[in-house]
Design a protein around this ligand. Structure first.
Ligand code: TXA
Ligand code: MG
Length: 313
């Protein structure tokens, strides 16, 4: 059962987040489904709670603009936008910093990261109390509209999330504007709470991803990290020279190296490990990465979607 916490219980909400639990909280745009962005397990449970058929990268929320450079590479354009619009409804897609401690699953395996400092006093109080970056998609189940009250959130989730911090309706009501600054030309990935005109006044013209570039647009995964090595899926045996990504208790032997997505066969645990293990095995001394079958239920569907895309590159 999800508990409703009053705004005064922000300390309790912070303690739950620090313990790896999920807490929905208000921002000025919509309610977010928050989890510790540095924990693969917490981030995996966000995807599980949303029932997303695949992994979309998540927006990571910070309590202060100064913290951004710990997590991402900030160029002049990003610095100008952050100074002008943060705290506020603008999310910036930036390159991850070299030793970025944020879960790769929050970035859906990408080398990029969406960051924002929300403009809601209670969200900021919560983020300060947690003392860690918080990954938070809108607090709705996949395919439903974003919630702007705590009641909406409670209507969406009964299990999975520990609590919702209730601060009444959200002021903006539409999600943040998402701008991708990882290329030469800034891309408007999602119109939202900050008007395009306001951004263009500072940045010059914003490009909108064309259909050919659509892979960069939200939810499209074709541009996502794919290993350099070929992937062989649904394997029951391993060829000499291959590394193995194992699932379940019985892994074929012979692999040069084996990493277990989940020994107990838990798809949430497997999701938490997926991107970091793929990266760890993507080494020139192996010929391929063999992947054991993952069941098509819960996050297993998202894992298989991701693996199929990575395998067909
Ligand atoms: O207003 C908001 O942004 C709310 C509140 C809770 O902050 N959050 C929200 O998150 O709307 P979500 O997950 O529903 O939408 C995040 C959007 C998605 O369209 C996602 O694809 C995009 O941001 N996004 C996140 N990280 C990205 C990345 N590294 N590259 C490209 N797009 C990214
Ligand atoms: Mg959403």
């Amino acid at each position: 059962m999800t508990i409703r916490l009053a705004a005064s219980a922000v300390g309790e909400a912070a303690a739950l987040l620090r313990a790896g639990k999920l807490v929905a909280f208000p921002t000025e745009t919509v309610y977010g489904l928050g989890g510790d962005a540095t924990s693969d397990e917490s981030v995996a449970s966000i995807f599980a709670a949303k029932g997303r058929p695949r992994f979309n990268p998540l927006i990571v929320h910070l309590s202060h603009t100064d913290h951004a450079e710990k997590f991402a590479q900030i160029d002049g354009r990003a610095a100008r936008l952050m100074r002008r619009f943060w705290p506020g409804p603008l999310s910036l897609v930036l390159r991850r910093a070299p030793r970025c401690p944020i879960s790769l699953l929050a970035s859906a395996g990408l080398d990029t990261l969406a960051l924002r400092v929300p403009g809601h006093p209670l969200a900021l109080e919560l983020l300060r109390a947690v003392g860690r970056p918080i990954a938070a998609p809108s607090a709705n189940r996949s395919g439903r509209v974003s919630p702007t009250t705590a009641d909406h959130v409670l209507g969406e989730f009964d299990t999975y999330i520990a609590a919702v911090l209730d601060a009444g309706p959200c002021r903006v009501g539409v999600e943040s504007t998402v701008v991708d600054l990882t290329g030469k030309t800034p891309l408007l990935l999602r119109p939202g709470g900050i008007a395009t005109e306001e951004l263009e006044a500072l940045l010059g013209p914003l490009a909108v991803p064309s259909p050919e570039e659509a892979p960069r647009a939200p939810g499209m995964l074709a541009s996502h990290y794919a290993p350099r090595l070929p992937l062989r899926l649904n394997v029951t045996s391993v060829d000499a020279g291959e590394a193995l990504l194992a699932f379940g208790p019985d892994a074929p032997s012979l692999a040069k190296e084996t990493r277990w997505l989940s020994k107990s066969g838990d798809v949430d645990e497997a999701a938490a490990n997926l991107f970091s293990m793929l990266r760890a095995l993507d080494r020139a001394d192996f010929t391929a990465i063999a992947v054991m079958p993952i069941p098509e239920h819960g996050l297993g569907r998202a894992i298989n979607d991701r693996l199929r895309r990575a395998a067909t590159r």
